[in-house]
Design a protein around this ligand. Sequence first.
Ligand code: ATP
Ligand code: MG
Length: 243
Amino acid sequence: MSAEQPIPLLQVRDLSVSYLSNGTEKLVLEKVDLEVGTGETVGVLGESGCGKTTMALSLLRLLPANAHVRSGRITFGSQNLLELDRDQLNQVRGREIGFVFQEPLLALNPLMRIESQLCEGMRHHLHLSKNAARARAISLLERVGITDGRWCLEAYPHQISGGMRQRVLIATALSCEPKLLICDEPSSSLDRPTQLKLMETLAQLKQSRDLSILLISHDLDLISRIADRTLFIEAGVCRERTG
Ligand SMILES: Nc1ncnc2c1ncn2[C@@H]1O[C@H](COP(=O)(O)OP(=O)(O)OP(=O)(O)O)[C@@H](O)[C@H]1O
Ligand SMILES: [Mg+2]
């Protein structure tokens, strides 16, 4: 690699993933290549069922037990994520890579107040006291567009709107200042005006030079609003979208 081409923050090479169900193995991703540079926002586009979530979950080794990574190398910084042990992986998850899951209600525990869920990572990874984590949580909520942070922290997930839940998840994913934010369909359950507002929030986060974003969606219009580059997954194969 030449001096003008810095090593990308995230580099996926030759990633092939299959699922075993009812005794049959189905190949979902075939030799996928992907790169995200520091400060770059990359969109991943594709129809429902094409393998976007599978690809995202592979990055953090969160695939279900019936999934099989048949080949590939996933390099994040200088680490091959596929070779990390559990402790090393826990350090990367939530700390260096923030993940916003596709379904906000499933990603939030309905029995816990927002405060406990949002502060958990900061207390664990950053060793913050309860009060320090709470103060930081309020500023994180403000950063993602929730001005009434104190009220939000007291609430349970069902008491806040869908748009707010997604913002809480983004704030949680950002809570330990990750280098990479992966958003899997962050707005698919929201109405159009709320989707657009959420994209504005992501666009503002993009201004922070060092944050890289991998934004997954089936909605080209939404992705084009903020992505520097867009990749397209079709029939398990990933390619750069041109034009
Ligand atoms: N746990 C699983 N076991 C078996 N097959 C699975 C499993 N999870 C996903 N699949 C299949 O793998 C393919 C890719 O699924 P995936 O969820 O990655 O697609 P997606 O692009 O994220 O779809 P969507 O846009 O609907 O979120 C689909 O055909 C899906 O049915
Ligand atoms: Mg999906």
